[in-house]
Design a protein around this ligand. Structure first.
Ligand code: AVI
Length: 322
């Protein structure tokens, strides 16, 4: 348990540093080399991600926020009063506050976030704006089942909120597993509101993941900086590069860290060899169509209840039911 503040207490289920070391060792020994994008989000990585959302090329957050603002009353009407909102990967919490503001007398808000710093900041902001809402912040990796704290007031139903197109950061198997666990969290009468970035021309997609100011590159390379800080890594960041490209066939942005030269790097007690141009696969960002959303939802036993998109059809907010 984290020290209490302002009437709420953080349930601290953050994975131990040993996970990072073991995953780094296994991932860097594999062929191709890989590291999970969940390790992007330490305090610095979470700040860099917030900076990405303000880049002119990264349209996702702006479009989703405007869409949510426009359709929140309709979402509230469909969801009904007295819900327990459970959010996965809260980040700054701006969209959270938009949603909570529109809902009719929500009974509790559970926020599951892996970065303690981001969790504390967003929870304080929610507490300021909604002083009477019960807050149940949980610092945890939401890709694993999280025991949900019970709400004091009985909720009519659970609403899982998973915005940002974060589902797209998981490969098909993991995304399906995550959707099934969301279904379990929702319960029989629950709903889930998810954000999906939609397929669009390659140039716009690649620009969004290669911003001119280089913030995305810094965000990606922070993974190596983190290994230097937390896993006795000796990476020289100047000898690696960020690379993000869209695969039309797989409908996803594929991001890698590329070794600029042949080199051997110490990390987590091991010497790892890199060939010139060798990649560490670090992230995928899947892009969706109405059909691919319906397919993956159905595979998880979920149905599309309602879909809202912006006029340009850049992004979709989708309400799912069991
Ligand atoms: C959090 N997630 C949905 C972002 C995305 O667009 O895939 C993470 C990100 N990676 C690079 N830029 C943004």
């Amino acid at each position: 348990q984290h020290p209490p503040a302002d009437g709420w207490t953080v349930l601290d289920l953050a994975p131990p540093a040993a996970d990072l070391r073991a995953d780094a060792r296994a991932g860097l020994r594999a062929n191709p080399k890989r590291l999970s994008s969940k390790y992007f989000y330490d305090a610095r990585g979470s700040r860099l991600f917030e900076a990405i959302t303000r880049q002119p090329e990264y349209y996702l957050t702006r479009v989703e926020t405007a869409l949510l603002e426009a359709v929140a009353p309709r979402i509230a009407q469909r969801v009904g009063p007295n819900v327990h909102v459970v959010e996965l990967g809260t980040g700054s919490g701006i969209k959270t506050r938009q949603l909570l503001d529109a809902l009719d007398d929500p009974v509790a808000y559970t926020s599951v976030e892996i970065s303690m710093a981001a969790l504390l900041d967003s929870t304080r902001a929610v507490a300021d704006q909604f002083p009477h809402l019960q807050l149940l912040p949980v610092c945890a990796d939401f890709t694993r089942p999280v025991p949900l704290p019970p709400a004091q007031r009985a909720a009519r139903r659970t609403l899982v909120f998973f915005p940002g197109s974060t589902l797209g950061n998981f490969d098909d198997d993991d995304a399906l597993e995550l959707l099934r666990s969301i279904r379990e969290t929702m319960g029989p009468d629950g709903l889930a509101l998810l954000g999906f970035d939609l397929v669009k021309p390659v140039e716009r997609l690649e620009a969004a993941y290669n911003d001119a100011a280089g913030v995305t590159a810094e965000f990606t390379l922070n993974l190596l900086a983190r290994l230097n800080r937390e896993a006795e890594g000796r990476f020289d960041l100047n000898r690696f590069a960020h690379h993000a490209a869209y695969s039309v066939e797989r409908e996803r942005i594929e991001t890698a860290i590329v070794s600029r030269e042949a080199q051997t790097v110490q990390v987590a007690g091991e010497a790892i060899d890199f060939a010139a141009g060798e990649r560490i696969e670090v992230e995928i960002s899947r892009k969706y169509t109405g059909a691919s959303i319906r397919t993956i939802a159905a595979q998880a036993g979920l149905a599309v209840d309602e879909t809202w998109t912006d006029d340009a059809r850049d992004f979709a907010l989708v309400l799912l039911r069991a």
